[in-house]
Ligand binder design. Structure first.
Ligand code: DC
Length: 232
């Protein structure tokens, strides 16, 4: 059904809070649909890493550096890795420090414009699942399917805590929870493209859903969409 040549590929926009499992779901949905997956958070994180490495703290310096920053994606053992000026930086970008810096630099209008243009170009041929904060509202306001994922801050902090632990870090739960709350605040209160739910997004609170339950739900929504049915 999904591979039926008569079905036109669509754009799927997935937005939501940090650590609510967006990328896991987006990846699985892209695989199911045979679509390209783009993790836009990784693009902001790659720029954040560049600014940390080059000790750029002033907004003007960060804006001036943009022409020297090339963000891309490569496939490594079937997994998508983000590249920064040709270097695979996938493991370096997944730290709390880079996440926090990404949240900061993503408030700069010029940084957003720089990445949004690249994201829109990636989606021109459709057949794409893109996740982030502004995909359904700014990058692809006409996306055929918009999902907004959410979960309680405690559930998201626990997931982030477990991830950091698995990576060999020694996280403190209260610090991780405070970080989740801070990041939510910054993501939803910034002047430039704050995180908000698109009016036509399907909202999924996954606090109490297993990954499988959530995936079943989302695949059903996707298939209904392809069948041309209203799914809200
Ligand atoms: O999804 P993530 O945690 O990898 O994102 C890192 C930061 O990047 C997040 O705090 C907000 C920002 N971001 C954004 O502003 N817009 C996007 N489309 C994706 C991420």
């Amino acid at each position: 059904m999904v591979n039926d040549k008569m079905v036109n590929p669509i754009v799927i926009a997935i937005d939501g809070y940090s650590s609510c499992g967006k990328s896991t779901i987006a990846k699985a949905l892209a695989k199911f649909a045979g679509y390209t997956y783009v993790d836009t958070g990784a693009m902001y994180r790659a720029i954040a890493l560049y600014t940390l490495r080059n000790r750029l703290t002033e907004t003007a310096d960060i804006i001036a550096a943009l022409p020297h920053i090339l963000v891309g994606f490569i496939q490594v053992d079937g997994e998508q890795h983000v590249t920064l000026n040709g270097e695979d930086v996938e493991s370096q970008i997944r730290t709390l420090e880079v996440g926090n810096q990404a949240s900061r630099i993503s408030q700069i209008r010029e940084v957003r414009a720089f990445l949004v243009a690249q994201q829109q170009a990636m989606g021109q041929a459709k057949g794409i699942v893109m996740d982030g904060r502004d995909i359904g509202t700014v990058v692809f306001p006409n996306a055929e399917l918009k999902l907004f994922l959410t979960a309680s801050p405690e559930v998201r902090a626990q997931r982030r805590f477990d991830e950091l632990l698995a990576k060999g870090e020694k996280p403190d739960f209260d610090a991780v929870l405070a970080d989740v709350n801070d990041r939510d605040y910054r993501d939803t209160h910034r002047a430039e493209s704050p995180l908000r739910q698109a009016e036509d997004a399907v909202v999924i609170d996954n606090s109490l859903l297993s990954r499988e339950e959530q995936m079943d739900k989302i695949i059903a929504i996707f298939q209904n969409k392809l069948n041309g049915q209203m799914t809200k």
